[in-house]
Ligand binder design. Structure first.
Ligand code: GDG
Length: 734
């Protein structure tokens, strides 16, 4: 990869005006902190909004640009209306609450959506000024959900990753969004899509499956002509920065001064941006409840609460600020004594070193968001505890709780539970504190932010490599010409064509996938070509295939090779004992009853459970359960269990497409083409001689030499185009 282009809503610095001069300050929030480490070692530029409106601004922006460019930062300037509608509006009053599972706070306005689209296009134009197809474009967060797709349209081969720092909601919540398709189409333009936790990944995969119909295998998704990967990458912190800052003499001096002032009063720390997702009112209520129930702790413990101003223009945030002020006021007036203040409340931000002193000073950190993608503050607290003491109380709703299981993990909505955890934390013996803290430090040291970056980049390389392998296998127009010219110059030719997913697309009911007029025309013309044997090879039963193709002059292989029609005569290839069908039918019926929308297809010598029309989550869970049962029940029965496209099929292990095609390959053909779309076709591909053209329909890895998309822009045009061209360019019999 050549250059790395990081794109985020905000640059890691914010421009503002002070005494008529433009000043730069570090941007608040987790994204800037997290990526600061990631961007500094790389050959990178960072594109983002300058946090500054140009309205009423007369200075020359070139000066600002050139001083930012020295730091490899490329500013985007937005006007006031764009900032209002895109940032305060769509990003923070539609996406932020919805993605944090607060649907009642979510407002949806068409005008804001329009500006959101426009601003994503402005970002796209800026990226295109700097990016080539060889560069790596790393897009961050929910403000830029459309950007991967927009760039993909302009630079089809670009290497694009998207990482989301906030949660992805469950499908039930995400589906509320009126622009859900467009949003998902935007994100899925990326090659790699990352979230903090597996829950987010699961939710995202369900949404793209339900809304865009995109299936995945272990997080790898096939989309028309490309594949992309969705995975969890829990963000780490710059561990040593916090460890070392807390050991600085000047930090220790600051801690000493605070300690002197607080004397023996224990300190519980709370740090957040002002946000309703952070659970600040609930935390204050828990502290109130704790003091109420445990009067012996009054005058012995204070809550040091830092709230960093954020999104102050949004009404909900103004209301939240008022609610916090009021709760702090109530607690203060209720418990305060001449010598003691229960809540030390600061509404401002602090430089890193002061933050570090607070981390080091505090006996307990109380981090209780109602929902948080990750939460870095809790990790920074752990990294600042050089003597391994201190207790972390952490909400189970923070992504970080998945890693920091040695914290006291609580449900932030449960005020009682949180109040009890405060008491447990204050009374925890030192050796237990040290045991828990050292476990957490070990983990955070090991998976720090540079490890996070390297794991992310490694995954990116892997997916790019997979795509290259697929691209190398793709049947290009040049190769298509070669197939056709080889066909024309050969004397003895054979085509093996799978049916469902290869010649026709899938339907909810198998009987609806009949050959259409176009396919019948192609077959008529193909079957008229001299020295060509056409063989349809399918898992379908012989009756159906006979009805659809029996009138053509072709061979048919049905039920994966159990039946063969050669020279118009059907023959069963094996004598099979089907006693097992009775036994397993009962089991499959049981699964049909408990999985609405599924049904059993009984073929002569196999049983198939179809679940295409069933609810996805339920049918996937049931499928796993069924496969477990079958694995156990079919041992020593000579059966094989096949997992096909939304089907599970049980049949004799003697039957497979590979054995079937072998019968033809005893004779020599100088032109062979075999096409199929699922893994039952892999047996056929593996039997083919070296000179055969083996074509996998779809973009997953395969034993076939080449791949072809089933659809191009929604039209079923993969293998059919080749067959039509063959018929057009080949000398006919008549
Ligand atoms: C989003 C997601 C995810 C806070 N106060 C001061 C200050 N901070 C720094 C902290 C920390 C960062 O801001 C806050 O990060 P969080 O992760 O806690 O929260 P969000 O801003 O909501 O971040 C979140 C994150 O992105 C990263 O992916 O974890 O879930 O919501 O680093 O230290 N820094 C300074 N002074 C302060 O007063 N200097």
């Amino acid at each position: 990869m050549e250059k790395t282009i990081i794109v985020s809503n905000r640059l890691p610095v914010t421009l503002s005006r002070k005494d008529n001069k433009v000043v730069f300050t570090p941007s608040p929030g987790g994204l800037a902190t997290g990526l600061a480490g990631a961007s500094k070692d790389m050959n990178s530029v960072w594109i983002g909004w300058a946090g500054f409106s140009l309205e009423g601004f007369h200075e020359n922006t070139d000066d600002i640009k050139s001083s930012l460019e020295k730091q490899r930062l490329i500013p985007i300037f937005l006007n006031d209306n764009d900032v209002n509608q895109f940032y305060e509006g769509f990003s923070n009053t539609t996406l932020w609450p919805l993605f944090h599972s607060f649907p009642t706070y979510t407002s949806c306005h068409e005008e804001q959506w329009e500006v959101y689209k426009k601003v994503n296009e402005i970002f796209c134009d800026e990226v295109l000024k700097h990016a080539g197809e060889e560069d790596f474009i790393w897009i961050h967060d929910y403000h830029l959900l459309l950007l991967p797709g927009l760039i993909r349209k302009k630079l089809p081969k670009a290497k694009i990753a998207y990482f989301q720092h906030i949660p992805f909601p469950s499908y039930e919540i995400f589906r509320i969004l009126p622009w859900r398709e467009q949003i998902l189409e935007g994100v899925t333009g990326a090659d790699l899509i990352g979230f903090h936790t597996h829950d987010d990944v699961k939710h995202f995969l369900t949404s793209i499956q339900r809304i865009l119909g995109m299936e995945n295998k272990m997080g790898t998704v096939r989309a028309e002509e490309r594949i992309f990967k969705v995975d969890a990458f829990p963000l780490g912190i710059d561990f040593f920065k916090y460890w070392e800052t807390s050991m600085l003499k000047s930090t220790e001096r600051q801690v000493g001064l605070h300690r002197k002032q607080f004397q023996d009063v224990k300190i519980i720390l709370s740090i957040d941006r002002l946000d309703y997702t952070k659970g600040i009112p609930e935390r204050l209520k828990a502290f109130d409840n704790f003091l109420e129930k445990n009067p012996e702790f009054r005058e012995k413990v204070s809550l040091l609460m830092i709230v960093v101003p954020s999104r102050e223009k949004v009404q909900l945030y103004k209301n939240l600020k008022m609610e916090i002020d009021e709760l702090v006021g109530n607690i203060t007036s209720k418990y305060r004594t001449v010598n003691w203040t229960p809540v030390l409340y600061f509404y401002r931000s602090y430089p890193l070193q002061s933050l570090s002193a607070f981390y080091k000073l505090s006996d307990v950190a109380l981090i209780t968001p109602l929902r948080d993608g990750m939460n870095l503050v809790c990790k920074e607290y752990v990294a600042s505890r050089n003597d391994e003491t201190g207790v972390l109380i952490l909400s189970e709703m923070a992504g970080a709780a998945k890693e920091l299981s040695d914290a006291l993990v609580i449900n932030p909505y449960n005020i009682e539970e949180c109040a009890n955890a405060i008491k447990t934390a204050l009374c925890m013996p030192f050796d237990e504190q040290q045991r828990r803290m050292s476990e957490m430090q070990y983990l955070l040291r090991k998976y720090d932010v540079s490890k996070w970056t390297s794991i992310f980049l490694k995954s990116m390389e892997e997916i790019v490599q997979k795509q290259e392998e697929l691209a190398m296998k793709r049947l290009t127009p040049e190769l298509k010409h070669k197939v056709i010219s080889d066909f024309n110059s050969s004397k003895k030719r054979i085509l093996f064509l799978d049916y469902d997913g290869t010649l026709v697309s899938f339907q909810n009911k198998p009987e609806h996938a009949k050959p259409d007029k176009d396919l019948n025309d192609i077959m008529t013309k193909l079957c008229a070509i001299k020295n060509l044997k056409v063989v349809i090879i399918s898992g379908r039963n012989k009756e159906t295939l006979n009805e659809w193709f029996g009138h053509f002059n072709m061979d048919i292989i049905a039920e994966h090779g159990l039946w063969m029609r050669r020279e118009k005569n059907w023959k069963m290839m094996f004598q099979l004992n089907d006693e097992w069908k009775k036994e397993l039918s009962a089991l499959l019926n049981h699964f049909v009853e408990k999985t609405p929308g599924t049904f059993i297809e009984e073929k002569e010598h196999s049983l198939v459970w179809h679940y295409r029309k069933a609810d996805d989550d339920l049918s996937n869970a049931r499928k796993k359960e069924l496969l477990d049962y079958l694995q156990y029940l079919t041992t020593n029965m000579g059966l094989s269990v096949l997992e096909g496209n939304k089907v599970v099929e049980i049949k004799s292990a003697l039957i497979n497409k590979g054995r079937a095609v072998k019968k033809y390959l005893k004779a020599h053909f100088d032109f062979i083409l075999a096409a199929g779309d699922d893994w039952t076709d892999e047996d056929m591909f593996k039997e083919m001689p070296e000179h055969a053209y083996t074509i996998k329909i779809g973009s997953s890895l395969s034993a076939a030499k080449y791949t072809l998309p089933q659809y191009i822009q929604g039209v079923n045009s993969g293998i059919r185009t080749i067959l039509s061209e063959i018929t057009e360019k080949t000398q006919k019999l008549f």
